[in-house]
Design a protein around this ligand. Structure first.
Ligand SMILES: Nc1nc2c(c(=O)[nH]1)N[C@H]1C(S)=C(S)[C@@H](COP(=O)(O)OP(=O)(O)OC[C@H]3O[C@@H](n4cnc5c(=O)[nH]c(N)nc54)[C@H](O)[C@@H]3O)O[C@H]1N2
Ligand SMILES: Nc1nc2c(c(=O)[nH]1)N[C@H]1C(S)=C(S)[C@@H](COP(=O)(O)OP(=O)(O)OC[C@H]3O[C@@H](n4cnc5c(=O)[nH]c(N)nc54)[C@H](O)[C@@H]3O)O[C@H]1N2
Ligand code: SF4
Ligand SMILES: [Mo]
Length: 875
């Protein structure tokens, strides 16, 4: 029987039907779930490939050795207790994650803020949603997302700002694409310095200058005023600060947008002239030194026109992680209390303290993520617990964060795997139960709560995060307050607690769910009031009713802030960062899927052809990107998609998957003064071709540890693969390869050496089955990765492999475009040419590609236009 659950990746919050049978997990989109109505993207569809136990943490570890639960819990509780006794409650901290379930998150927050009595619990949402939270609170008086997903379909104009929706919220993107197809009059504008897969849907793509958004939206406000588009009635009744905001807007310097006058005019006229407009924004807005001001500049234009909270209208912040929203609800951030209560408000604090019967209540905000790790480095934090996040990779100044964690006297890490860059720095490792193994709830971008349900046994000694937290709380002496038997008990307490929020006139109200049958809860949107008509949910603010003391929204004047980092002769390039379609953050789960790895198998850097030419960088060269903070090595992807003077690095690679792929090693910890969110998209760097003597590509049936000056590995269909490069050419390639793969002498070898060209090809085989192969050359190796990796799956002649060419009847499909049906780029290009396919649907009919999850449809369209950059070296 399939279990109804929810996807553990992005904030779209798609419903999933999961079934485990005969050791196989099948995953389908839940047709009844109102977020996705049966759709899934490539990551969701590949979940079944990510659930094996390889690398899973299965027992607690203390000081690097397997240990009992009792000793791990006891050691953690003691370290926390001793630090608190000697240095006070602010000497300990929890760093948590928007990937925790609401119940886990609630308990962590209760322990820290209500029992330890410090607000030093912050989360990776600080890197993600903090500017939106701060912007919402400034404008609305609360962190309220006014709209619902349906608005994206009802809108006549959808504006995407700093959001690569096609790759990062694919199912929402597909919903918009379907609505646009049904209603061709609908318009989409994409605002991003880069051209991305999302640009494909856009009628207008504005290649904004990095950081130009504030000026763009202030200019829009000014335009609205000048063209008589302000909704005077709405502003009179529900908004404060219009005059000041208009005055500031009229001063703004539009040259900061980097856009031409006709581009600005076209966008402004479209926005002004369309009543039903939704502005979707994400990390291109939030992760900036002026992220909160950018958010408010966007909220301003919706408030000024009264285009908020009505069907097809409103500002819409899309959340990144599956439970980014739930974390904000339970007070996951160091600057807030549970249930949207305010840490600065003594009445709120007293009410919460009374509800929890807590011995010590935090009364001032705790350290925000970047400051928290700085405090660690300065020796101020004596005990730290990191849960469900990998800060040694994803925080800015990542090298120094790694040192800070190492320097902290006691560190506990709760994760599902020990194979992260953070786990080896811990004194205690707690093995957490993962997706599929535990139950709870998450809230998606449109305030919809969905049940995550278990359908797999918990492996080894793993335990759910809430249980581990409660066990430590009990060992610290608070057993009674943390005596929950199951997640339902925690959820009920939390839902009851939201009654306080309702009592104080706040938005978040789940009291209608206190008596609900937890196991049967259907996806439900809040607010859900006790005694309500059972409906609940819906939109906010169409008729005002903001959560400020006078119930009026605040418009915030937009004042341009210069970049924290200016480019210079030494560091002439802007460094932009973000995501790729088929990887999730630090790849602990998504990189298990060979299908997903075939989309992008190696860290790469997008660089404009002119910038590349200036440095004599050729396609597929390895390049070093560095600045005073750190260094990354990646494959050059030369493309006009990124503007001149700006390079783009994906955030995903880390010490486990590449020798020097941690992008955040290059990002300074400059933060927005209102939200504390770091400017992760606005670093500066320089780039040089990496001087190497040889490049290599290797495949092997079993996992191997690449030892070379540069390496990046990935799981592939037939085992494992790695890109390599070295500074000294080995004298004996066969010996080198044998050592690389750890193969015995009895495995036969076939080789082809070309001394003049300096190339070497070595294949190891037993009984006609290729075990491993290495290709090396003085320049980037030109061999089909997909062909060689696939050849390991079945019987293949070693000679064919060495030739790097398929034998008869085995065409090379090329890098995967459609992950669902395993359709590669070569197959698609051949079909387009041979069968004269003219559109995406024709490709779908011919090959199946793009007909399941649809995540690849933007890329299919790119292939049709022959402008899609090749993603893999020298394919
Ligand atoms: N495939 C995949 N999907 C994901 C995730 C993942 O890891 N992988 N992670 C999830 C999470 S946690 C999050 S937060 C979301 C993030 O989702 P997004 O915010 O959509 O993703 P990013 O790629 O980080 O950044 C979006 C875009 O911002 C642009 N940008 C950079 N600087 C500026 C600027 O100054 N102005 C403007 N207008 N744009 C700018 C970048 O070029 C980039 O294309 O994705 C979620 N979904
Ligand atoms: N340069 C740059 N840096 C960025 C960003 C960017 O755009 N650019 N984006 C930022 C954003 S928006 C985000 S959200 C962060 C994300 O950054 P992180 O949260 O650090 O990245 P993840 O890889 O998602 O880490 C989640 C960890 O939780 C573990 N895990 C999975 N399931 C469970 C579970 O059930 N229990 C426990 N205890 N652990 C589990 C995983 O194995 C993994 O180690 O990165 C931020 N960093
Ligand atoms: S869009 Fe994809 S990653 Fe996001 S929730 Fe849906 S299936 Fe999961
Ligand atoms: Mo995020």
């Amino acid at each position: 029987m399939a279990v109804k659950t929810v996807c553990p990746y992005c904030g779209v919050g798609c419903g999933i039907l999961a079934e485990a049978r005969d050791g196989q997990v099948t995953v389908k989109g839940d047709p009844d779930h109102p977020a996705n109505f049966g759709r899934l993207c490539s990551k969701g569809a590949a979940l079944g490939e990510t659930l094996d136990l390889e690398g899973r943490l299965l027992t607690p570890m203390v000081d690097g050795k397997s240990a009992t639960w009792e000793s791990a819990i006891e050691k953690t509780a003691r370290a926390f207790r001793e630090a608190i006794d000697a240095h006070g409650p602010d000497s300990v901290a929890i760093y948590a994650s928007g990937q925790m379930l609401t119940e886990d998150y609630y308990v962590a927050n209760k322990l820290m803020k209500g029992f330890i009595g410090s607000a030093n619990i912050d989360t990776n949402s600080r890197l993600c949603m903090a500017s939106t939270v701060a912007g919402h609170i400034r404008a609305f008086g609360s962190d309220t997302v006014p709209g619902v997903y349906e608005d994206l379909e009802l809108a006549d104009l959808v504006v995407l700002v700093g959001s690569n929706l096609a790759w990062c919220h694919p199912v929402l993107y597909q919903r918009i694409a379907a609505a646009k197809q049904a209603r061709p009059g609908m318009r989409v504008v994409n605002i991003d310095p880069r051209r991305t897969a999302t640009s494909d849907l856009a009628d207008i793509s504005l290649s904004i200058a990095p950081g130009g958004d504030l000026a763009l939206f202030a200019g829009l406000l000014d335009h609205l005023a000048r063209t008589g588009r302000i909704d005077a009635d709405y502003c009179r009744d529900h908004v404060s600060g219009l005059t000041e905001a208009l005055a500031a807007a009229s001063e703004i310097d539009l040259s900061q947008t980097g856009l031409t006058a006709p581009e600005l005019q076209a966008f402004y006229d479209l926005w002004a002239g369309t009543q039903k407009v939704v502005t979707v924004f994400s990390q291109g807005v939030n992760q900036a030194i002026d992220g909160t001001d950018k958010v408010n500049a966007i909220l301003n234009v919706h408030l000024a026109t009264g285009r908020i909270g009505r069907p097809g209208m409103g500002p819409f912040s899309v959340t990144g992680q599956p439970n980014a929203m739930g974390g904000r609800e339970v007070g996951g951030l160091a600057t807030m209390l549970a249930a949207h209560l305010d840490i600065a408000n003594p009445e709120h604090r007293a009410a919460l303290r009374n509800f929890w019967q807590s011995p010590a209540m935090a009364s001032t905000p705790g350290l925000k993520a970047v400051d928290l790790f700085r405090a660690c480095r300065e020796g101020k934090i004596k005990a730290l617990w990191i849960i469900s996040t990998n800060p040694a990779v994803t925080l800015p100044e990542a090298d120094s964060v790694r040192d800070a964690i190492r320097a902290c006297p006691f560190v506990a890490v709760s994760d599902i795997t020990a194979e992260t860059d953070t786990a080896p720095l811990a004194d205690v490792l707690f093995p957490a139960a993962g997706w599929g193994e535990k139950s709870g709830t998450v809230t998606n971008s449109e305030r919809r709560i969905s049940r995550q349900r278990a359908f797999l046994p918990v492996p080894g000694a793993a335990r759910p995060d809430w249980r581990i937290l409660c066990d430590v709380a009990a060992a610290m002496g608070w057993g009674e307050a943390f005596a929950y038997d199951r997640p339902a008990d925690i959820f009920r307490e939390y839902a009851a607690l939201t009654g306080l929020s309702a009592r104080f006139g706040r938005d978040l109200d789940l009291t209608g769910l206190v008596e609900a049958d937890y196991d049967a809860i259907e996806p439900v949107q809040w607010p859900r009031r006790e005694g309500g008509d059972g409906g609940g949910g819906g939109r906010f603010f169409a008729e005002g009713g903001f959560f400020t003391p006078d119930r009026r929204a605040r418009m915030i004047p937009s004042v341009a802030t210069p970049f924290a980092r200016a480019t210079s002769t030494a560091f002439p390039l802007r460094l932009n960062t973000g995501r790729v379609r088929d990887q999730w953050h630090t790849m602990t789960r998504s990189a298990k899927s060979p299908r997903l790895n075939r989309h992008t198998a190696e860290p790469y850097v997008e660089i404009h052809p002119d910038d590349a030419a200036e440095k004599a960088i050729a396609p597929a060269d390895l390049v070093q990107i560095d600045n005073p903070y750190g260094r990354v090595v990646a494959r050059a992807l030369i493309t006009e998609n990124t503007p001149r003077g700006s390079i783009f690095l994906p955030m995903h690679w880390n010490g486990h998957w590449a020798s020097a792929g941690r992008t955040d090693a290059l990002v300074p910890g400059d933060t927005d003064p209102h939200s504390g969110q770091p400017a992760l998209k606005a670093s500066v760097a320089r780039i040089e071709k990496l001087a190497v003597a040889w490049y290599g590509f290797a495949v092997c049936h079993s996992r191997f540890d690449p030892a070379a000056a540069y390496w990046a590995r990935a799981r592939s269909g037939g085992g494992w693969q790695a890109e390599l490069a070295g500074t000294e050419t080995p004298d004996d390639w066969i010996g080198y390869a044998r050592a690389l793969f750890g193969l015995h002498r009895d495995v036969s070898v076939l080789s082809a050496m070309d001394a003049t060209r300096g190339t070497a090809r070595v294949a190891f085989h037993t009984e006609g089955q290729v075990q491993a192969a290495l290709f090396a050359a003085p320049e980037p190796v030109a061999v089909s990765r997909s062909f060689v990796a696939d050849a390991l799956k079945g019987p293949a002649r070693p000679a064919d492999i060495l030739a790097g060419r398929p034998g008869a009847g085995r065409p090379d499909s090329g890098p995967i475009v459609c992950s669902c049906f395993d359709v590669g780029v070569n197959t698609i290009l051949a079909a387009i040419a041979d069968r004269g396919l003219v559109d995406i649907d024709a490709i779908g009919a011919a090959l199946g590609a793009g007909t399941n999850c649809g995540s690849c449809r933007p890329e299919l369209s790119g292939l049709l236009m022959r402008c899609s950059p090749s993603r893999v070296a020298a394919e």
